[in-house]
Write a new protein. Structure first.
Length: 317
């Protein structure tokens, strides 16, 4: 069977690529090894003890602030969208502070450390670095002192990859510090106005919703969607790629002009014989669904610990 494009991996990247190719009239086969489309962008409907339904997103997710993301979200039916402020916290000198920083959080940072951060931030604002890696972008956004004392180790711990080699494109997921807005909103007696730079579109009933209209449109554009399917072999020739696809009940031979791979890298290295598999670093992802039905007594909290920190600590102990 002859097709133009094989797209491997049914996560956001692979699905959106197949969707775009089909809109342009290309003949596309989209292969996903699991039984569902979405990858990590997957929502599980859950039920609490009272029978109420809530939606748990497999994550973590930090949706990009981009036209493409807004385009995907706005395809969700029933206008079930909301603007969400994503919040996270970090530990700094034995204090948990929220990020992005607020005026309240800034006042909790030791004055000596805060002054160093502020002076370094001013210096980076006046003298911008040429941005080629995420390191350059973060120093421009936060200052060298804040980067050296916190962000560098945090990013390495999370990604297990040297910051100097991470593309600057990843910095789009990290908001900039705007001291002027922080101070203005903190001192204002009125409710702060909506700031679209700090908020993103997010489907109310879970991030997995964005795939429903995309899949429907792909199928109407004649995309051949194969779930529970793996690429068994790839044999390249001068102008074609011979591919064997193993489905649950059969194995089918295809001929493709091009392959776009968004699946696991270790698998394609094995298929193609590339001897780099041992150099690839992977981390396990532990996702915990915490359904909190009533307030946690703060008498059980340790110093600088929020109720969510308490729940996670009790789960891990």
């Amino acid at each position: 069977m002859k097709r133009e494009f094989l797209v491997v991996g049914g996560g956001l990247a692979g699905t959106f690529i197949a969707y775009n190719l089909s809109r342009k009239g290309y003949d596309v086969v989209l292969v996903e090894k699991s039984k569902k489309i979405g990858g990590l962008l997957y929502t599980i409907p859950c039920e609490d003890s009272k029978g109420n339904t809530y939606f748990f997103d497999i994550g973590p997710h930090i949706p990009p602030r981009s036209d493409i993301w807004n385009f995907l979200c706005k395809k969700v039916e029933n206008i079930s969208l909301q603007y969400s402020s994503l919040k996270s916290s970090m530990e700094l000198d034995n204090h948990f502070i929220s990020f992005p920083l607020s005026l309240k959080e800034i006042t909790n940072i030791p004055l000596k450390q805060l002054l160093k951060f502020f002076l370094s931030y001013l210096e980076s604002s006046l003298s911008k670095r040429n941005e080629s890696t995420i390191k350059d972008c973060l120093i421009n956004k936060f200052g060298a002192n804040f980067y050296q004392n916190y962000l560098r180790n945090y990013i390495y711990k999370f990604w297990k990859f040297p910051v100097d080699f991470i593309s600057k494109d990843w910095s789009l997921r990290i908001p900039s510090v705007n001291l002027k807005n922080i101070i203005r909103n903190g001192l204002s007696t009125h409710k702060a106005k909506f700031d679209s730079s700090n908020k993103i579109l997010y489907p109310v009933y879970g991030i997995g919703q964005i795939f429903k209209p995309i899949i429907s449109e792909m199928l109407s554009n004649s995309v051949e969607l194969k779930l529970n399917t793996i690429v068994k072999s790839i044999q390249p020739s001068i102008d074609k790629l011979y591919v064997s696809l193993k489905e649950p009940n059969s194995t089918t031979e295809y001929t493709f002009n091009k392959i776009i791979w968004t699946g696991a890298l270790h698998y394609i290295t094995r298929l193609t014989g590339l001897n780099i598999r041992k150099k690839l670093i992977y981390r396990d992802l532990l996702v915990v669904n915490c359904a909190i039905e009533k307030a946690v007594s703060y008498t059980h909290l340790r110093a600088h610990e929020t109720s969510l920190h308490l729940v996670c600590r009790l789960l891990l102990e």
